[in-house]
Design a protein around this ligand. Structure first.
Ligand code: NAP
Length: 255
């Protein structure tokens, strides 16, 4: 699998899963554009540069069309032709449906699905004329199984899955692939937030995962690298769970 010298733009790579994806792709020789809204994006780019990789930070909000277009154009100018877009940035919020503020619903959809649309549209403007490129979307197993008190998150991630299929078919004649990864519980800030908000103990959550452990960013990053490879060029429109078997498993109630 040679990704050497190709360019990847990873949204939400200032920490968590996105940071892990950026690191693995850089280790595979890709030039990486590290996006996030905070200084964390610059820190990640600096870490990668300090270890001999090519990385640049692109600080901006993926739910803002003008910022997205400027970042993608700048990445093309500074790093070269964009080969891979990883739509990873996401937000979550917790509330029973009747209590969810409209602003929280809007923010979740703005980042989790409108952001995926805006980044894909901006990237495709460059990929389509070249008839080359890859898009990988990071969804969640919550797109397909029910998690209570996070309805905007679950619904927005379900939209990401079908967006993946629709776009995959649209751009397949151009040789561009679009695939989607649905992580299960992965040890990041987002999982910490989910445990705090839901009052869940790690040991109770681990009991719902047949593999008996949370995923780590690298579990998803390796699949991103495979989808990005030339070898995966005939795989498109796929939505794959990376969850240690969690979504297949219904533990017996005890007591
Ligand atoms: N962790 C899990 O258990 C889990 C499970 C299933 C799916 N996922 C999905 O995996 C993806 C990454 O999750 P994570 O756990 O790594 O989350 P995280 O630790 O909370 O990190 C989220 C990332 O998204 C960025 N971000 C948020 N809003 C943004 C915006 N408007 N524009 C640009 N960047 C933005 C954040 O950067 P700044 O703070 O710098 O803006 C940060 O880098 C998300 O799509 C999430 O839904 C995670």
């Amino acid at each position: 699998m040679s990704l050497e010298g190709k360019v990847a733009f990873i949204t939400g790579a200032s920490r968590g899963i996105g940071r892990g994806i950026a690191r693995l792709l850089a280790e595979q020789g890709m030039k990486v554009a590290v996006n996030g809204r905070s200084d964390g994006a610059q820190r990640v780019a600096n870490e990668l540069t300090a270890t001999g990789h090519t990385a640049r930070a692109f600080i901006g909000d993926i739910s803002d069309k003008a910022q997205v277009e400027a970042m993608i154009q700048q990445a093309e100018d500074e790093l070269g032709p964009l080969w891979l877009l990883v739509n990873n940035a996401g937000v979550i919020n917790f509330a029973p449906t009747v209590d969810m503020p409209e602003a929280d619903w809007d923010k979740t959809f703005d980042v989790n699905i409108k952001g995926v649309f805006l980044c894909s549209q901006a990237a495709l403007r460059y990929m389509q004329p070249r008839k080359a490129g890859r898009i990988v979307n990071i969804s969640s197993i919550a797109s397909e199984i029910v998690r209570t008190e996070r309805i905007a998150y679950c619904a927005s991630k379900a939209a990401v899955n079908h967006f993946t299929r629709c776009l995959a078919v649209e751009v397949a004649p151009l040789g561009i692939t679009v695939n989607c990864i649905c992580p299960g519980m992965t040890h990041t800030d987002m999982l910490e937030e989910a445990m705090t908000s839901g009052g869940s103990k790690p040991e109770n959550l681990l009991a719902t995962i047949p593999m008996g452990k949370f995923a780590v960013s690298e579990d998803h990053a390796h699949l991103v690298a495979y989808f990005a490879s030339e070898e995966a060029g005939h795989i498109t429109g796929q939505v794959i769970r990376v969850d240690g078997g969690q979504s297949q498993f219904m533990p017996y109630a005890v007591g």
